[in-house]
Design a protein around this ligand. Structure first.
Ligand code: ADP
Ligand code: MG
Length: 440
């Protein structure tokens, strides 16, 4: 029976997929009308369930009848150090670590330091002189506030001052992709070696990408432990705090917390201005100061500022001119147009959730857009005291959907959802600044 089931399955799956995903797929047991399959690791299990669950279920039913079911189990990863250390030692010397290229512009010199990032800057500078001293370092901030820049600055500094050091910088997404490839190619051993044994400094950026990706979390956890135990430096960058990494195992979260946790705040307008000047200086382009002053009024975030400056530079290169009114028409200042809280809330939400005001007011149900709406409705109700009818008008939604949305947020908060809490806090701060007549 086992063989028949596998053969029937193989018939329905393309050769390429079979070779990639089913290479060690086996029937472990058949109990009555329940089949237990087994694969090499949890990652393959997840993928098989997602990608081929329907086909597997259909084949099982063909054999065992309509009521039958199946499950996929996996073999636990064996983390024991392998016993042929010597041969591997030789290998390390022959094959240096492949380093993810760093952006040469991301240096400490090119980073504007102000109150908003001074602590983080000092910690990273110190760590680049004494890797492993603070370990791990967990860096978090809102998007676009300079985490990647700072982390790579450390990498650049270390490589420059000590070329023997092996720095591995990669995003958690790249880490996961590399893991997938290694599983497909059957080179997991090499993949593990690369990070667990050969990196002196491992920087994992955008860790929040691994939310919901259990297999990669587990793999990273083992990597983390191996590197940490060896006294090598680990740096994790995240757009949220360790506690907010929902669904990460508590063991992992406490690992992140056992070192130093550093945060970058929003820069002041004066700091943003310096950042704008720096961005121009690095590109060797001159743009009048009053234009930068204007941009700083529009944005409170270095990444958005950076994007706006690139837009102006592109225009200048193309048409050979640039002045304040051109800048204003290319980059309208929505901060000054809204007169009421209602309009302002929508604009702030659009900014926070990277969509347009029109989308928030539309009937689109894209995940981040409906989430933005819910947060906004809840905020308008609980923080600004607006009635659900009024909110319906502002958001262009039916009364019942307003009530429902508010309730959902209410429930999530009762369950201790910190992400939502932080969004509300951020929204509140921005609205407060607006009320005080400052640009947001
Ligand atoms: P994050 O990783 O936090 O999302 P990035 O490091 O990608 O942010 O920063 C976004 C952009 O803003 C980059 O081009 C970066 O060089 C620039 N930037 C951010 N903070 C600073 C700063 N303090 N000084 C100079 N440039 C900065
Ligand atoms: Mg980043």
């Amino acid at each position: 029976m086992e063989k028949e089931i596998l053969a029937a399955l193989k018939e329905r799956i393309s050769r390429q997929n079979w070779e990639s995903w089913f290479i060690d797929f086996a029937v472990k047991k058949i109990e009555n009308n329940h089949v237990i399959f087994e694969v090499g690791n949890i990652f393959i299990k997840d993928r098989l369930e997602q990608k081929f669950g329907k086909i597997i279920s259909k084949v099982v039913r063909d054999f065992l009848g309509r009521e039958s079911s199946y499950e996929i189990t996996y073999r636990e990863i064996n983390n024991e150090p392998s016993n042929n250390e010597n041969s591997k030692g030789a290998l390390i010397k022959k094959r240096p670590l492949l380093i993810t290229p760093l952006n040469p512009k991301y240096t400490f010199d090119n980073l504007v330091v102000g109150e908003f990032n001074r602590f983080a800057y000092n910690v990273f500078l110190e760590a680049s002189k004494n890797p492993g001293y603070y370990n791990p370092i967990f860096l978090y901030s809102g998007v676009g506030l300079g985490k990647t820049h700072l982390a790579q600055a450390l990498g650049n500094y270390v490589l420059e001052t000590d070329p023997d050091m092996k720095v591995a910088y990669l995003t958690s997404e790249e880490f996961m992709n590399e893991m997938i490839t290694s599983i497909k190619k059957g080179t997991t051993e090499e993949f593990r070696e690369k990070y667990r044994k050969k990196a002196d400094i491992l920087i994992i950026d955008d860790i929040q990408f691994l939310i919901g990706k259990k297999a990669a979390q587990i793999e990273l956890f083992h990597t983390f432990n191996a590197i940490h135990e060896a006294g090598k430096q680990i740096i994790i960058c995240s757009d949220r705090t360790p506690q907010e990494l929902k669904d990460f195992h508590s063991r992992m979260i406490s690992r992140f917390q056992m070192g130093l946790i550093v945060k970058i705040d929003l820069p002041s307008k004066a700091d943003l201005y310096k950042i704008g000047k720096k961005i121009l200086e690095l590109r060797g382009v001159e743009i009048e100061d009053n234009i930068i002053e204007y941009l700083v009024q529009v944005y409170d975030n270095p990444r958005l500022l950076h994007g706006a400056i690139l837009k102006l530079i592109a225009y200048k290169n193309l048409f050979g001119e640039m002045n304040l009114s051109i800048a204003q028409s290319l980059i309208p200042n929505y901060n000054t147009t809204p007169k009421t809280f209602d309009e302002k809330i929508i604009i702030i939400l659009a900014e926070m959730f990277e969509c347009s005001s029109e989308e928030i007011l539309s009937s689109k149900r894209t995940k981040n857009i409906s989430f933005a709406r819910k947060i906004g409705m809840y905020f308008a109700n609980k923080y600004l005291g607006l009635s659900t009818r009024e909110i319906g008008k502002i958001f262009n939604k039916s009364h019942s959907s307003v009530v429902q949305n508010i309730k959902q947020i209410d429930n999530a908060l009762k369950d201790g959802n910190l992400v939502i809490k932080n969004y509300l806090k951020e929204l509140n701060q921005k609205i407060k600044r607006f009320a005080e007549g400052k640009s947001v």
